[in-house]
Design a protein around this ligand. Structure first.
Ligand code: NAD
Length: 481
């Protein structure tokens, strides 16, 4: 039977110009069985063998750099970022190839128990056999690779399903993978939508999910029913606090890049700005100046600053939030309406006069909208920044590092950039967790990115005499008293 085909829309033209097959439950069950067998061989290669495979994979992918970047550019409507994303993925493969050995060595432990010194122990690290990786559309390749590479480096086999919205990069990725047969056997890439994702959870020993809170809840519930761990990286509503002594041009540059640079389509985009009233006018003027200078990309690749929305329905979410804010008294200083030109573009949008009764300050926007609130007291700014169901990351701007750090320590989020924004987008080697609804499970960054896929088995060797049953005998107790 031929697989049903899913349509893929081109975000620049708005046309469906590609299709992918939807993997069925049976396809997934078969893939999982094959991966389970391949994992034993992948693990037996040892860290040196796996590292060699990863390095060969990096070389193979480097030779596909052009097609890979082009596929990403078509999927996302972003040309320059697509090149960065492709190159960064190769860098990530090399990073894991280099770091997995030392990370695994640092975990190996043996010695004597402090409690019972006659007992010696040795640890064995046991990876999950099959890890399902389910990824979103906003940074399609990197977010598919970030979990997959760490799990593979730990010795797991990986069943990956990239988002059905942006799947074109799978072609060049698979071509590179085919040139490393031992890795290809342990790393299976499938296509499909939600039903395929659900089937993967049934067939896996652990699941890594990056996506919306709504889907994340479903994944967590299904994983709980299957009794497997779920590592969830979900949405955000990142705040920035701009303190009175902040360097305004620096703060604006970082905020504009973070909030607008990816058309706002990044989990760690800044989506709420709290600016001290003493600098509010200068800050707003600088923001307007920088935002006003940005242009939309056109249907011709390679022109302009702001790429189209990748996922057409996102425009409804963005517009509903902007309209809700305007209906409740906010002012729109720039933007505020989409541009339909085949694809859908949303211009940089600046809102003032906003408050926390508005959706724009409560729900993830995932679009290029900057709502600004002024505050008079830093306590008020901290309370507002923490008044959110999300806890992904944040930014604090101040000329005084100590002041910024003191504010940062009080924010209920997993990472805070100081005098910059969204640094977790480029710093992958520092551990962090996601707080509140933004996620669950061990850090995907830094060494924990790998170690979260390992269970420790302890071998406990008694070098003395096993204690006799009489140790706990009541008769023995009485005779001693
Ligand atoms: P989504 O939740 O709609 O889909 C993500 C993936 O899950 C897709 O591959 C989809 O096919 C699959 N899926 C959908 N329903 C499923 C189900 N019931 N079971 C299993 N799989 C299922 O998310 P999206 O719209 O693709 O991505 C945008 C969201 O991702 C935003 O909320 C963004 O904040 C979040 N995100 C988070 C991070 C992070 O690191 N925290 C990074 C990037 C994106």
């Amino acid at each position: 039977m031929t697989a049903p085909m899913l349509p893929v829309r081109n975000p620049r033209s708005g046309e469906v110009d590609h299709h992918i097959p939807e993997a069925s439950d049976v396809d997934i069950a078969e893939a999982s069985t094959a991966l389970r067998q391949a994992q034993a061989h992948w693990l037996a290669l040892g860290v040196e063998g796996r590292t060699a495979c990863l390095n060969t994979f990096a070389d193979a992918l480097a030779s596909e750099l052009g097609p890979l970047a082009e596929a990403l550019a078509v999927d996302t409507g972003r040309t320059t970022f697509a090149q960065f994303e492709a190159a960064k993925s190769i860098e990530l493969i090399r990073m894991w190839a280099e770091k997995s050995g030392p990370i695994l060595d640092a975990l190996s432990a043996s010695g004597a128990s402090g409690q019972v010194p006659s007992v010696h122990f040795e640890h064995r690290l046991i990876p999950y056999q099959v890890v399902a990786v389910i990824s979103p559309w906003n940074v399609p390749l990197l977010l598919a690779m970030i979990d997959s590479l760490a799990a593979l480096s730990a010795g797991c086999a990986v069943l990956l399903k990239p988002s059905e919205v942006t799947p074109r990069f799978i072609g060049p990725l698979q071509r590179a993978l085919n040139r490393v047969p031992e890795l290809a056997a342990a790393f299976c890439i499938v296509t499909g939508g939600p039903p395929t994702g659900k089937a993967m959870i049934e067939a896996a020993d652990a699941v890594c999910f990056t996506g919306s809170v709504r889907t994340g809840r479903q994944v967590a519930q299904q994983a709980a029913a299957c009794f497997i761990p779920a590592f969830l990286e979900l949405g955000g509503k990142d705040p920035a606090i701009v303190l009175p002594d902040a360097d305004i041009p620096l703060a604006v540059r970082a905020i504009v890049r973070s909030a607008i640079g990816m058309t706002g389509q990044a989990c760690q985009s800044l989506e709420r700005i709290y600016c001290h009233e003493s600098i509010a006018n200068a800050f707003a003027a600088k923001l307007l100046e920088q935002l006003g200078a940005l242009t939309l990309t056109s249907t011709d690749q390679g022109q302009g600053d702001i790429a189209p929305l990748i996922f057409a329905k996102q425009v409804d979410t963005i517009q509903a939030q902007v309209d809700d804010a305007l209906s409740k008294g906010a002012d729109c200083l720039l933007g505020g309406q989409p541009v339909h030109a085949g694809g859908i573009w949303y211009p940089p949008t600046l809102l003032t006069g906003v408050n926390h009764d508005m959706l724009i300050m409560q729900e993830e926007t995932f679009g290029p909208v900057i709502p600004v609130v002024t505050f008079s007291d830093v306590e008020q700014a901290i309370a507002l920044a923490n008044d959110s169901q999300f806890g992904l990351s944040a930014a604090v701007f101040s000329a005084d590092r100590g002041t910024a750090m003191a504010v940062a320590e009080r924010l209920q989020v997993g990472a805070i950039s100081i005098n910059d924004a969204s640094l977790t987008g480029v710093v992958n080697d520092v551990e962090k967790n996601s707080f509140k609804l933004s996620g669950m499970g061990g850090s995907r960054m830094g060494p924990a990115g790998l170690t979260r896929f390992l269970r420790k088995r302890a071998l406990l060797i008694q070098t003395g005499e096993p204690v006799p049953v009489q140790l706990f005998s009541d008769t023995a107790q009485e005779s001693q008293t």
